[in-house]
Design a protein around this ligand. Structure first.
Ligand SMILES: Nc1ncnc2c1ncn2[C@@H]1O[C@H](COP(=O)(O)OP(=O)(O)OP(=O)(O)O)[C@@H](O)[C@H]1O
Ligand SMILES: [Mg+2]
Length: 415
């Protein structure tokens, strides 16, 4: 059971950055962020680990910096996972209620869920999460908690998230090699949604879209439950690449220019507005219209949003969304992105920063931390349901340093 002083750690292994967030539980059970660190991620492509050594190194560094800031030692982490290999689908299960009074118990709920889980998966896939989204009692739908109700048949709809065995194992290996214990691997859009969506949005139905560097993650919620999720292997890095190729400049310069002058609504920019394209490999610098830069960005973003639109339409849930789209992730900071999204999708859009925590809120108030902070919310709920305290105050490292200094003194050495 969770109590004051317990520590929860979220680790977002993103395509562009690895981010560790450390939260301490306060006396009113608030989640107080006491440490956060971000290090560039070098070993991932489109959300998948492709270079184990680099990723382990970045994970260890991110954790060590966050530990330093928080003054605690981290053991167990909740880790976000995305990548093209993620596939989700819905499965139905049912159980008859045979006892005399026909009252549904927790055991019946579990039986119904078990029957929904009985789907055969290819050998190369592993289930990451089973998320029940709807119960029906005697055919009546829209029931969020059937325990205590009377009925003769209980049905359940479960959202099942799967990943490629090897991609998941590689994440697990990275965590292990970085000397950490895995609390749970969590679907990134689910984590991001926990940090960004309001109760009202969840009730009315909402589409969460996290546009990161290598992937764009979607999650659709109806009646507060996730009904659909999808990971698209496209993100802000594709925009950066287009700028890099179009302007013949290295990606690092293209990234800088995108953040400083980029926009995805070219019609709003005056053709007279210019910026300097740096000269590389002996070439002279030159001026370019910001409007032309915006056209490059807009084209790629429009393509990305059209693909999202198609996925959302295919899900069949679009008509049921009462609220709108909530955009988060680093790419949601691109100028004009909400306007373009509204134009393409024809649904109201808002940009969201993470919420629901205290402490270092000035730092975490950026869409790039939606997943990291969401993992804290996920971890909080998971621990309430029976997690263990896996952290102790950072005395061991201090002790180790004292001991090594003492050894040096006895050996007659110096630091
Ligand atoms: N101020 C900004 N303006 C425009 N784009 C930005 C800004 N800040 C960050 N980005 C873009 O956001 C992207 C990174 O977002 P984020 O940190 O959410 O990704 P990630 O979590 O590392 O990747 P992923 O979720 O795809 O694995 C990059 O493409 C970056 O260019
Ligand atoms: Mg991300």
């Amino acid at each position: 059971m969770l109590k004051k002083g317990d520590i929860i750690v979220g680790l977002d292994i993103g395509t562009t950055k690895i981010c560790a967030v450390v939260a301490e539980i306060g006396k009113d059970m608030e989640k107080k962020i006491i440490g956060i660190s971000t290090v560039p991620s070098k070993g991932l492509r489109k959300g998948v680990v492709v270079d184990m050594e680099s990723t382990v190194h970045s994970v260890a560094e991110a954790i060590s910096r966050a530990e330093e800031m928080a003054g605690v030692e981290v053991y167990s982490v909740f880790v976000g996972i995305a990548g093209e290999h993620i596939r989700s689908f819905n499965s139905n299960g049912a159980t008859p209620i045979t006892r005399e009074n026909y009252e549904i118990t927790e055991e019946d709920v579990q039986k119904a869920i078990e029957s929904a889980k009985a789907v055969s998966l290819p050998l190369d896939r592993v289930v990451l999460d089973y998320l029940p989204y709807e119960y029906k009692v005697d055919g009546n739908s829209g029931i969020s908690d059937p325990v205590g109700m009377s009925g003769v048949k209980l049905e359940v709809g479960v959202h099942i998230v799967t990943g490629s065995v090897t991609a998941v194992q590689n994440v697990e290996k990275c965590i292990e090699r970085a000397g950490l214990e895995l609390g749970k691997i969590v679907l990134e859009p689910l984590a991001s949604s926990m940090a960004t969506l309001t109760e009202e949005e969840l009730e009315m139905g909402v589409i969460l879209i996290d546009i990161g560097g290598g992937t764009t993650d979607t999650a659709i919620f109806l009646d507060k439950k996730i009904h659909f999720s999808h990971v698209l292997p496209l993100g802000g890095d594709n925009v950066t690449n287009d700028i890099s190729i179009g302007l013949r400049i290295p990606p690092i310069k293209a990234e800088e220019i995108k953040r400083r002058y980029g926009s995805c609504v070219s019609h709003k920019i005056d053709i007279k507005e210019k910026f300097t394209v740096p000269g590389v490999v002996g070439r002279a610098s030159n001026n370019m219209a910001i409007k032309d830069l915006a056209s490059i960005i807009e084209m790629r973003m429009e393509e990305l949003l059209m693909l999202l639109k198609r996925n959302i339409e295919r899900s069949g849930y679009q008509q049921k969304i009462g609220s709108g789209i909530v955009l988060t992730g680093g790419c949601s900071m691109l100028k004009g992105v909400s306007e373009l999204t509204e134009r393409v999708m024809n649904i109201p859009v808002r940009i969201a920063k993470p919420r629901g925590v205290t402490g270092l809120i000035d730092i975490i108030q950026s869409p790039i931390y939606a997943t990291g902070v969401g993992l804290i919310h996920y971890g909080f709920l998971a621990k309430i349901e029976g997690g263990e305290k896996k952290v102790k105050i950072k005395t061991t490292r201090i002790l180790q340093s004292v001991l090594s200094k003492m050894k040096n003194i006895y050996k007659g050495g110096s630091e």
